[in-house]
Design a binder for this molecule. Structure first.
Ligand code: FMN
Length: 187
């Protein structure tokens, strides 16, 4: 798929088919996350791969999202922040969030390109998930990624995004208009 198509086709897909992606495919996805920019090139993300059905059911419960049960794989993205904390002090929490976002978006785009299905899950009970999966306190649970092949019945389309007109500013914050560029909003 060409780059723009991947960007446009990426969509949250919560409906999985029965076919299960091979571990090699899941590792390809993780590899793309691993190429994301990171603060000071520190590698602080850990990826917990789950295929055990009972564990996936526990994850669904911790997220209170039933649809997750049907995922053949769940990847849990965690961060271990100590090195970033030391190097970047009060900027560290922001930097970690930025890095997680970059890594997860890489992974979602690869998922789209490979014809797989996934949805970013950020709503979960941290303590339930930690206990269910024995995740140590040193690791922050960042994102839950249920992954599979898409259901053939339910197609997922990216949600429409509001027009950029109110969110692009020229020269001063809040200024949405510049005479020279009048044309870009009329296309
Ligand atoms: C930080 C974050 C947390 C999210 N958490 C959830 C979630 O817990 N459950 C869910 O179904 N979708 C979740 N989503 C997916 C969004 O609902 C989805 O991206 C949004 O509705 C736009 O749809 P699209 O991804 O198809 O463009 C989350 C997305 C982000 C970026």
């Amino acid at each position: 798929m060409d780059f723009d198509s991947v960007i446009r086709k990426r969509a949250s897909n919560r409906n999985f088919g029965l076919k299960k992606p091979k571990i090699e495919k899941i590792m390809e996805l993780i590899e793309t996350a691993n190429t994301a920019p990171s603060p000071g090139n520190l590698q602080i993300l850990k990826y917990l791969l789950i295929e055990d059905e009972e564990k996936i059911a526990k994850i669904a419960k911790a997220c209170r999202q039933e649809w997750i049960k049907k995922a053949p794989w769940v990847v849990i993205v965690c961060s271990e922040s100590s090195k970033v904390d030391i190097m970047y002090d009060e900027r560290a929490p922001k930097y970690i969030k930025h890095h997680v976002g970059a890594a997860v978006e890489n992974l979602l785009l690869k998922i789209t390109n490979e014809g797989l299905a996934c949805c970013w899950v950020g709503a979960f009970s941290e303590i339930t998930l930690r206990n269910a999966l024995n995740i140590p306190e040193s690791a922050e649970i960042e994102v839950v990624l249920p992954i599979g092949y898409p259901s053939k019945i339910h197609k997922a389309n990216q949600k429409p995004k509001p027009h950029l007109y109110t969110r692009v500013y020229f020269e001063t914050y809040g200024n949405s208009f510049k005479e020279d560029y009048r044309k870009i909003w009329t296309d």
